[in-house]
Design a protein. Sequence first.
Length: 303
Amino acid sequence: MTSSSFSSCASCFLQNHQGVGGGRYSRRTSRQSRPSSSSSRRQRRVLFLRVCAAQRTSGNDDDLDEDEDATKTKQQHQRNEKKPKKNIAVFISGGGSNMRAVHAACETGEIHGQISLVVTSSYNAGGVEWAMDRDVPVLLYPGGKDLEESERISPSELNEFLKNEYKIDVVLLAGYLRLIPPELCRTFENKMLNIHPALLPAFGGRGMHGAKVHEAVVNSGARFTGPTVHFVNENFDEGKIVAQRIIRIDPSWTAEEVARRVLKEEHEVFPEVVAALCDDRIEFRETDGVGVIIDKMDSNKRY
Ligand code: GRF
């Protein structure tokens, strides 16, 4: 956030988890190291940093070409215009490139939604500053080991914030490394998506994140990889799969090369599934509850 945009935001304030408003706000950019002494004490007390309500603009349908596909897209947009945009909460622990891809798709209107809240497990997550720059409220959960117990947000409070304070419709885990509390999984059953950088159910589970996933894939000799988008349940990477993308692995590739290619696919498949969820274009197979996407262009087609 630039200093001008921050100071122009008259409603900037800081709340703690008991809902106390007012007081001085403080913020730390990702370029600053963790502050010590009094500044650090103040930072540790920052549980809930609300900047001001996100103002979003939607895409402009007038620019669409009038070919058949564009017409169908336009029809979907028109159907959406009658419905309110979905409020999206994104959970992050890192750079937030998937969050940015989702945001870009919200801006073009591909996703009929807006990022209304960011939840982070760490002040240092790169995506925190990005969110603050756009006046998106940021909530720290569950906070680091140095946070006193009394200063933590409980799972019930988190659930309340999402459900009642921010009226969140859709939750996205975009590189969030902590386990989601069971009550949140229940509240957002079939409304919470995670993106994983490998083809589940292989190469997933507790501890399988970041570079470890791609190293495991390369070391296994697997010839295919790609991102998986799945609904979230109470266990790491075990919810039902909604979408996958396939990348053929060249045996000469390093784990870094694989990671780079998978991330590129993630930025396409995640917004696509989020768009389907926000359009109510996911239906659930009666036999086993697997989520199936209804094609945007052809409502008779499923994938
Ligand atoms: C992605 O590879 C995602 O699959 C995994 O965490 C990474 C997050 O990357 N769950 P970013 O923070 O979105 O850039």
